[in-house]
Design a protein around this ligand. Sequence first.
Ligand SMILES: [Zn+2]
Length: 98
Amino acid sequence: MNIRELIQRVRNRLRPQEELPNEAVLGFLRVLEDVRAEELSCEEIYSKLDEYVECEMDCKDAAHVMPLIREHLDICSECCEEYEALLDVVEKADKDQN
Ligand SMILES: [Zn+2]
């Protein structure tokens, strides 16, 4: 199963009315190399959460690959809850598969 597809499906169910942030804005943020975690918006984190979870499911060190996301999750309970919910769903789906 494609994890990213699954996550998108879960997200669409969780927040059907939410609009995705403007791609141009996200592109601009990505260029800022020295941006600090607390300066990232929750929308930016949210847009990366699927990548982060996917990374973790691939048994990579997600916190090392995307340290800013990890940092933000540590300081933002809203995003952390979102992250844990996604991880929970993906882990269960993974278990069902095996
Ligand atoms: Zn946040």
